[in-house]
Structures are given as structure tokens and as C-alpha cells.
Design a binder for this molecule. Structure first.
Ligand code: HAM
Length: 432
């Protein structure tokens, strides 16, 4: 019986995995340029970590977590996002002791959410992102938003829209929550079951509700901007002005509240307007400021700001920028064995050239010239190297350029130098 992949998961094969590699490499180099260091945290964490950070009123905690009891009876959750684990790790390892602040970490890895699978929405997906901890300056928000913007432009994405908003400081948010509670209490009887729960736990989460009739009610709800303190307004404006001065356009979106409970202050999302015929995969990335999260998780009182991109969504929207079908670059040389004795010769030639940094493939079978050529072409090799009885006797190798079809014989003693020259000339010809 055939076993299918789990719903909402996907295999990443060959050309596709090359795109992940490209995006991850661009991201890593960029993160290093800003001084971020890599952090790798476990995929499984104790469930309370997410209840206390992402929040009990959020859809992620309420409906989307993969939670189970392990054999020791502990409640364990597959991480639905990365920030909570990173902060837990900073606390567990006291990573802040004797360190120059701010701390800067970048990460990349799989996350799990039990969502309804659709375009750009998976149950196992990959996030890459950064967290910056230990700065209260608005410039920390600016740095993180800029880094995200740079990644998108390095990938070659155009038409990036950055939405920005502020969820205010504690006082602003507390006043806003009171106003929301008052407003929604009047309408709650006609709202969905989830909103009943949200009203009790965190009325801000009602603003994320996707039920059409509830969206209508949300439209007339009090607005965050009317409850922002002067300090919060001022900080948001400073962030917007600094981004503008760097040539990064942002758009204020008063409805942007983000789906996680830990944010305070500035929040933001990156969107790409879909082209005709393309699916709108939603935000490709998002993040924001969190003033209290590290402390709430038992760490020191350091403010943070971070962002995460969804790799699947990044790759979906960057198909065009990165080339629809990114071909795996084939080997530099395909070594063909035309007789039994050639097999061991080719093994050592291949090893020798790999040590020189060349990409060599061979298969451990004796082949006819025709069938070896077929294999080399299938692999998209630049050159095929034939070794048969004559070559062994004369201590030579016959090499054919599969693009120009030019064939030549080289001496085994010159293999290293000639192979490098051939590859060098191959690229020179390509560029002419
Ligand atoms: P988030 O908005 O929940 O934020 O997720 C970040 C990104 O992950 C989304 O913009 C989206 O691209 C991707 N994503 C989320 N769910 C899925 C899914 N089911 N399938 C595919 N992609 C998905 C966070 O997770 C925060 N931790 C971001 C952050 C970092 N805030 C501060 N630091």
C-alpha cells in the first residue's frame, strides 16, 4: 500500500530545494552583515512556553498547535513559530551574561501549525528570521524592518508593501482593550463561538476573526489609533521617518494587529501584491516589538524586536525573480568507464579532481560510449571523460565538451591542470 505524505506537508526536491538553499544563503549573508549570530533551538518545547508567549487567546494556541503528551506524561508542542523558543533558549543559557547588548540572533527551521492547507499555507512550513534583544531605541525596530526589506530586494522581489502599525504601550493597550470589550460585549450574542472565548481572554484577538459577519461588526469597533499614548505615536512616527530616510516606503495600516499576543509597540508585515492568475498567499513575513516577553519567560528585563518570513511563501512569490525552473547545475565532469579496469581508475581520478574543488559524478558500471553519453547528458554534465582499454594503455583520458562537442585527449599526469583549464575555458566561452 502506498503511503502518502501527511496532509499539509510537502517534500522539497532537487530544483525546489535549490531555491530554499539560495534564499537561505542570501538570508544568512545578510544577517551576518548586520552582526546576527545563528541560533538553533529544538523543534519540541514544553507547551506552556507557547501558552505564555503566543497567548491563550490566539488561533495558533487555540486551534493550531501539534500538542501531545510524551511517554513521561509531559505536554509537548511542536513549535508553531520560532520567537518563543529563541527567548526560552536565551533564558535557559543565560546568553545575556557578560554580553554586549543588543543580542542579535538569526534562525531558520521548520514550524508546525494545524491550519487548513491552501495556497501558501502548510502544516509544516519553514521560517527564517531574526530577534534583537536589549535595546529600547526605536532604531532597533528600524534595523529589523530594514533587514527584512533588504532580504526581499536581494532576492529580486519588487512591489513589496510594508504595512506598519503600533499596538501602543501598556497603558494605551489596556485602555483600548477596555473600549473593545465594551463594544464587543454589545454584539457578542451574534458572534462566533471563538469570539466568545477571545472576548474573555484577549479582545484584541477578535480583530483577527475571519468569520464574514464578525468582520462586519469589527469594522465599526473602536480604533487603536484613538487610544495610542503620545509616546507610542511619537515612536511610530520616528520609525516611519527613519525608514523613509533610508528610501523604504511603509504604509500605516490601523487594522494591523498581528495574530500573536506578545507584541507591544510597533508591528509590521511584508506583502507582495499578487499578479493576475496568482494566489494571494497573505503576508510573506511579519514581526514587531515585544517589551515584556523575555521577562515573562523568566529572563531579564530586555526589550526585543524581531521578524520572521515564511520560506514557502517567499519562494512562491519569488518564482519569477529566481527563474521559474532553476536547473541544478550539472557536474563538471562525468567519468565513464568503458572497461572493467577503468572502474578503479575512475574512482581515483574522481577523488583527485574533487580535491581540486570540481564537481565530479560517475556511476560504478561499465558502459558503452553511447550509454555513457546518455547518462552524462541526463545529468547536464559539462564534460564527459572516457576511460577504456586504450586510454589505460596510453596513460591518457579522452574528454569531450558536451556543449561544443570538441573532443581531446589529455595525459593522466596533466589531469589536474588540464581539468581546471577546461572548466575555466568553458565558463569563458559561456560568457562570450
Ligand atoms: P507570523 O506572522 O505568525 O509571525 O508568521 C511569520 C510568517 O510565517 C508569516 O508571515 C508567513 O509567511 C509564515 N507562515 C505562518 N504560518 C504559515 C503556514 N501555515 N504556512 C506557511 N507559512 C506560514 C511569527 O511567527 C512571529 N514569530 C514573527 C516574529 C518574530 N515576531 C517577532 N519576532
Amino acid at each position: 500500500m502506498e503511503i502518502n505524505p501527511v496532509k499539509g506537508t510537502h517534500d522539497i526536491l532537487e530544483d525546489e530545494s535549490r531555491k530554499y538553499y539560495e534564499v537561505e544563503s542570501l538570508f544568512r549573508s545578510l544577517a551576518f552583515l548586520y552582526g546576527y549570530k545563528e541560533i538553533r533551538t529544538p523543534i519540541i518545547e514544553h507547551t506552556p512556553l507557547f501558552l505564555r508567549s503566543v497567548g491563550e487567546g490566539s488561533d495558533i494556541v487555540n486551534k493550531e498547535m501539534y500538542t501531545f503528551d510524551d511517554k513521561g506524561g509531559r505536554s509537548i508542542t511542536l513549535r508553531p513559530e520560532m520567537t518563543a523558543g529563541v527567548l526560552r533558549s536565551i533564558t535557559s543559557n543565560k546568553a545575556y551574561v557578560n554580553k554586549e547588548l543588543p543580542l542579535r540572533y538569526f534562525y531558520n527551521g521548520p514550524c508546525f501549525r494545524y491550519e487548513r492547507p491552501q495556497a501558501g499555507r502548510y502544516r509544516q512550513f519553514h521560517q527564517l528570521g531574526v530577534e534583537l534583544l536589549g535595546s529600547t531605541s526605536y532604531l532597533a525596530d528600524v534595523e529589523v524592518i530594514t533587514l527584512g526589506y533588504k532580504l526581499l530586494s536581494n532576492i529580486g522581489l519588487k512591489n513589496v508593501k510594508i504595512k506598519i502599525n503600533s499596538l501602543g504601550d501598556d497603558e494605551s493597550r489596556a485602555n483600548y482593550k477596555v473600549a473593545l470589550k465594551e463594544y464587543f460585549t454589545k454584539h457578542i450574542d451574534s458572534m462566533c463561538e471563538d469570539c466568545h472565548h477571545r472576548l474573555e481572554v484577549n479582545p484584541l484577538r477578535i480583530l483577527d476573526c475571519k468569520v464574514p459577519s464578525d468582520i462586519e461588526i469589527v469594522k465599526d469597533a473602536p480604533r487603536m489609533s484613538d487610544y495610542l499614548s503620545e509616546a507610542s505615536k511619537d515612536r511610530l512616527n520616528k520609525v516611519i521617518d527613519a525608514l523613509t530616510s533610508l528610501g523604504i516606503e511603509v504604509e500605516r495600516d490601523e487594522n494591523l494587529v498581528r495574530g500573536l499576543d506578545y507584541y507591544t509597540g510597533v508591528v509590521f508585515e511584508y506583502h507582495i501584491t499578487p499578479k493576475e492568475g496568482e494566489n494571494d498567499v497573505g503576508a510573506i513575513g511579519g514581526g514587531g516589538h515585544y517589551a515584556k516577553l523575555l521577562k515573562e519567560l523568566g529572563g531579564p528585563d530586555l526589550e526585543g524586536v524581531g521578524l520572521s518570513f515564511g520560506e514557502e511563501r517567499l519562494i512562491y512569490v519569488s518564482k519569477e525573480a529566481m527563474g521559474e525552473s532553476y536547473n541544478y547545475e550539472g557536474p563538471d565532469f562525468y567519468f565513464a568507464s568503458l572497461c572493467e579496469e577503468a572502474l578503479s581508475k575512475n574512482l581515483s581520478y574522481s577523488e583527485y579532481l574533487r580535491n581540486a574543488g570540481l564537481h565530479i559524478e560517475t556511476n560504478y558500471e561499465v558502459k558503452s560510449v553511447k550509454s555513457a553519453l546518455k547518462s552524462a547528458l541526463k545529468l547536464n554534465a559539462k564534460f564527459i571523460a572516457f576511460v577504456g582499454e586504450d586510454e589505460i594503455k596510453n596513460k591518457v583520458i579522452t574528454i569531450k565538451n558536451l556543449k561544443s562537442q570538441v573532443q581531446q585527449t589529455i595525459k593522466v599526469e596533466n589531469l589536474y591542470r588540464n581539468a581546471l583549464e577546461l572548466i575555466d575555458n568553458y565558463y569563458k566561452d559561456l560568457n562570450n
